[in-house]
Ligand binder design. Structure first.
Ligand SMILES: [Zn+2]
Length: 406
C-alpha cells in the first residue's frame, strides 16, 4: 500500500464517520483494496464486454457479494470498542437521517414503440451483428404493429416524480446526450425535439428536461455504449445535454454499465463530470466495491486520486427481475433485505429503476413499494448531485481533520 493509497483510505474511513487511526492496519489494507478496485485493475475480463462482475472474483469474495462488508467491519470494530467514531463527521447523513438512498432512472426510451426511434436505429444497421440486425428488424415490425393496434402507455416522468415526492424523496434522470455521435446498435435514438408524455399532454423532450430540473430533480448524462473509454465522444454527448439543461450536467451513468477501471474514471474527470454511478452489476444485487458509501476513484497505475466521486449502484431492476427472473414479491423482499442491512450500519444504497414500464407493471409496483419502505426506514432519498455536494462538503472537513492529525 503506497502512502497515497493510505491517505485516500484514511479519508474514506473518516467520511464513514470513524477515526482512521483507530482502525487496525490489516483492515485499512482490506478497505484500500476494495475502494481502489484492485481486483478490477488486475483482472480485465468483462461480462458480455460490459463490466467486471463479482462472478470473476475468488469464491471467498463472492460469498460476501451481497454484503456491505466495509460498513459491517467498521461497525463491528466499533462495537468491540476498537474503532472510535469521529464527532466532526457525524451525523453521516443530513438531518440525522438513518441512511441514504440515491434514486436514479436511466432514460433509455421515452416513447413506447416509437416508429421514429426505430427508423433512426437503422443508421446502426451496417455495423450491427446478425443477432442485432434481427432485433432491429423485429423491433421495427413490433413498433409498426403496436402503433396500429395501440399500446399501453408508460408511467410518464412526471408520474415517477410524483411517486417520489409523496415519499419525500428526489431522484436523478439520466438522459442520452443526443444526437449520439456514431451510435452503437444498442444505443437509444430519441431527440430532444421529439414529443413525449408529461402531465397528460405531449411536449418536447427538451421541455421535459427543463420541467424535471425546475421541480428540483436532477438531469444527468447517460453515456452511450461506446463512450465509456472515449473522452471525445463523451464530451460531445455532455455538450449536447448541457445545451438543453438549465444546470450544468455534472453526474453520469454509462449505458449497460460499460466500465473500464483503467480508462473510464479518467474520461469522466476529463470531461468535467464530478460523480458517476456506474459501478454496479447487471446480473445480481451486489456490493461490487464492498460498500454502498460513495468513494473517490483512484488511479493505481499513476498512484493518484481521480477527482470523480463514485456513488456505487446496488439495486438494479434489470439484474433482479430481468437476469435473475425474480417474481415481484421476491424482488421486493431482496431489496428490503438490502435496505435493512444498510440501515443497520447507517450506510447508503443507490437504486437504478428504468422508466419504461406501464402503470400495472410489476416493476412499477415494486419500485413504489421500495420507496415507501425507504421512507419508513427514515432514509434520505436524494439525487446523485445532492449526494455529491454533501460528500464533498464533508470531505473538506475530513481533509482539515486529517491534515491536523496525520
Ligand atoms: Zn441505458
Amino acid at each position: 500500500m503506497t502512502e497515497n493509497i493510505k491517505k485516500h483510505t484514511y479519508l474514506f474511513v473518516a467520511l464513514a464517520g470513524y477515526n482512521p487511526f483507530s482502525i487496525p492496519n490489516d483492515i485499512i489494507k482490506r478497505i484500500a483494496k476494495l475502494i481502489t478496485r484492485k481486483e478490477e485493475w488486475s483482472n480485465s475480463v468483462k461480462r458480455n464486454d460490459q463490466n467486471f462482475e463479482l462472478d470473476f472474483a475468488p469464491y471467498e469474495r463472492q460469498k460476501l457479494r451481497h454484503e456491505p462488508v466495509i460498513e459491517e467491519t467498521l461497525a463491528k470494530l466499533s462495537d468491540e470498542g476498537i474503532a472510535e467514531t469521529l464527532d466532526c463527521l457525524r451525523p453521516v447523513w443530513p438531518d440525522g437521517k438513518r441512511m441514504a438512498a440515491v434514486l436514479t432512472h436511466d432514460v433509455d426510451h421515452l416513447v413506447p414503440y416509437s416508429m421514429l426511434d426505430r427508423v433512426r436505429s437503422f443508421r446502426t444497421f451496417p455495423e450491427a451483428s446478425v443477432f442485432r440486425k434481427g432485433v432491429l428488424l423485429y423491433s421495427a415490425a413490433k413498433a409498426c404493429f403496436k402503433s396500429i393496434a395501440g399500446y399501453k402507455r408508460w408511467v410518464s416522468l412526471d408520474e415517477w416524480i410524483e411517486m417520489e415526492e409523496n415519499c419525500g424523496a428526489k431522484s436523478t434522470f439520466y438522459f442520452f446526450g443526443q444526437p449520439v455521435p456514431s451510435p452503437h446498435p444498442k444505443d437509444s435514438n430519441y431527440r430532444y425535439t421529439d414529443k413525449a408524455r408529461w402531465q397528460e399532454t405531449f411536449i418536447n423532450v427538451k421541455n421535459i428536461i427543463k420541467n424535471i430540473e425546475n421541480r428540483g430533480w436532477e438531469v444527468g448524462l447517460h453515456g452511450s455504449y461506446k463512450s465509456y473509454n472515449d473522452g471525445e465522444k463523451l464530451r460531445v454527448e455532455k455538450q449536447n445535454l448541457d445545451s438543453v439543461s438549465e444546470n450544468r450536467v455534472n453526474t453520469c451513468r454509462q449505458h449497460y454499465l460499460r466500465y473500464d477501471i483503467k480508462h473510464t474514471p479518467q474520461v469522466h474527470q476529463n470531461v468535467g463530470l464530478e460523480a458517476d454511478t456506474t459501478l454496479g452489476s447487471n446480473v445480481s444485487l451486489d456490493f461490487r466495491a464492498g460498500t454502498g458509501l460513495p468513494f473517490f476513484m483512484f488511479d493505481i497505475e499513476h498512484d493518484k486520486e481521480v477527482n470523480v466521486l463514485q456513488v456505487p449502484l446496488i439495486i438494479h431492476d434489470v439484474a433482479l427481475m430481468g437476469n435473475q427472473q425474480m417474481t415481484p414479491e421476491l424482488a421486493l423482499n431482496r431489496c428490503m433485505e438490502v435496505v435493512d442491512r444498510c440501515r443497520k450500519y447507517g450506510g447508503a444504497i443507490t437504486v437504478l429503476w428504468h422508466n419504461s414500464y406501464t402503470h400495472d407493471s410489476a416493476y412499477t409496483k415494486v419500485y413504489q413499494a421500495l420507496i415507501e419502505y425507504l421512507s419508513e426506514c427514515d432514509a434520505w432519498g436524494c439525487t446523485v448531485t445532492q449526494m455529491n455536494h454533501w460528500w464533498r462538503k464533508r470531505r473538506r472537513t475530513a481533509e482539515e481533520w486529517l491534515s491536523e492529525n496525520y
